[in-house]
Design a binder for this molecule. Structure first.
Ligand code: SAM
Length: 441
């Protein structure tokens, strides 16, 4: 959490942090609420919010020790945000006393929390006096210790008994900025040289994947506007090559990208093939982003706004060589980049999303040519959205053969680079991949 010297007053930022958190804890997505923050405050508020979400479990446990009854929602969001920001002494841009003073100032200066300013002040001062004992008491609570909901921790313990701690640790780290070099424009070695010339350092991980040493705004990245590179996590970059490599049918191929927005994988497919790509997306607003993202690369898919599951509304009856089903999921593999997700999801979402994935998989399979392939993927680390789907699908579809596939890719944490089986990609998000081939009759 870095705050620049010219940052707006902290109390102003904390008011926005509390407002954003109140909305997120009532179910709104952090990304969309942050877009409503005044542009002059947004980057500082976002940095504070990300820190708060990574420490929200601890903050709530501390608040439960400090007060018997939570104050009204906005005051509670301000109190918990201040606790999240002050409970760790190291690793903070502000000292704890400044944070507490500014949180009280934030409460005083808006009518919705003014009446609770003295209460917030008393809670936070007591916290500062008794910090060590209070923090030690919350260490016994797994939600405080891991900063994830209890059901989420239990599911990971069951799904990944060897790696659940590593996954939770990784989820609280910052994700690196990773680029995908467009092979139609540059090769990774040439591009590394261009980065260096621009005073930026990168590391070539594999294929067209480059990890930047330090994140930068896309406008500062050489050739971004000209489509030389895209920003895409290393695990997400597995999709397009996995689907097409070794597929030997004569072209031109027809590829369906069934859940395509914002078009990251559509662009990758067009970069590495000369196929005709149909990009389907159910959400009309999100679909607009496919065109703009792919145009930057100088490429053009056929974009259709439709529900992939309602085949009769969009399909012209010609079979596809290759189908990419990047299905809607809990996004449990990308919480490093979206730290609010863990607090937004409910346990019941897992089964609901898994049912949608199962249905899409069953509906799209008949659209694949004999000898063709379907790649099922989710950015989830829950087995219900990965391995379990594959087992169920194979039982009912005897014309499907599972090809060599990565399965569950587990997220890595940057500084420690803890070793799990799939570490050849370097630091990446959590993902799941299963590639099916349709047997010829
Ligand atoms: N493949 C995209 C990429 O790499 O940029 C990310 C896809 S995101 C995981 C899933 C997308 O599927 C969302 O944009 C969502 O709106 C869309 N979606 C969900 N249900 C769908 C459906 N039934 N038909 C088509 N698109 C759907």
């Amino acid at each position: 959490m870095n705050q620049s010297v010219n940052a707006p007053p902290l109390w102003k930022q904390l008011q926005q942090v509390a407002r954003v958190n109140q909305a997120v804890m009532s179910g709104a997505s952090g990304t969309s609420v942050l877009e409503t923050v005044d542009p002059g405050l947004r980057s500082g508020v976002q940095a504070l919010c990300f820190y708060v979400w990574r420490n929200w479990g601890r903050a709530q446990a501390l608040r439960a020790l400090l007060v018997r009854k939570a104050p009204p929602p906005l005051a509670d969001a301000l109190l918990c945000s201040a606790l999240a920001l002050t409970w760790q002494i190291e690793d903070n841009a502000y000292d704890a006393f400044t944070l507490v003073n500014q949180a009280v100032e934030a409460a005083k200066r808006q009518s919705a929390t003014n009446a609770q300013a003295n209460f917030i002040n008393a809670c936070l001062r007591r916290f500062l006096r008794e910090r060590d004992a209070l923090v030690a008491a919350t260490d016994l609570d797994p939600v405080a210790l891991w900063n994830h909901p209890r059901w989420w921790i239990a599911r990971l313990q069951k799904d990944h008994p060897q790696h659940w701690e590593l996954i939770l640790r990784a989820a609280n780290q910052h994700a690196p900025m990773t680029l995908r070099v467009n092979p139609r424009r540059k090769d990774p070695q040439t591009y590394l040289g261009l980065l260096q010339a621009a005073g930026m350092n990168g590391q070539h991980l594999s294929a067209n994947i480059i990890e930047l040493q330090r994140a930068a705004p896309v406008q500062a990245i050489p050739g971004f506007e000209d489509g030389w590179v895209s920003v895409q996590d290393a695990a997400a970059q597995v999709a397009a090559p996995l689907l097409v490599e070794g597929y030997l049918a004569p072209g031109p191929w027809r590829i369906l990208d069934a859940c395509a927005a914002p078009g990251g994988k559509t662009g990758h497919l067009l970069e590495i093939t000369d196929a005709e790509v149909v990009a389907l997306e159910v959400d009309a607003d999100r679909a607009k982003r496919i065109g703009s993202n792919v145009q930057r690369l100088g490429l053009s898919p056929q974009v259709i706004v439709a529900d992939a599951g309602a085949v009769q509304t969009w399909w012209d009856g010609s079979l596809f060589d290759l189908v990419l089903l990047d299905a809607p999921c809990t996004a449990s593999g990308i919480v490093r980049r979206h730290p609010d997700i863990r607090w937004l999801r409910r346990e019941s979402d897992v089964a609901q999303l898994a049912a949608t994935q199962r249905q899409l998989l069953l509906t799209l399979w008949p659209l694949v040519k004999p000898g063709g392939r379907l790649l099922f993927c989710t950015c989830s680390i829950f087995r219900a959205e990965g391995d379990a789907q594959v087992q169920a699908f194979l039982v009912h579809n005897t014309d499907a053969a599972l090809m060599p596939s990565p399965g569950h890719l587990l997220p890595h944490s940057s500084p420690a680079r803890e070793v799990v089986a799939d570490n050849s990609l370097g630091d990446h998000d959590g993902f799941f991949y299963a590639l099916f081939e349709k047997r010829k009759a």
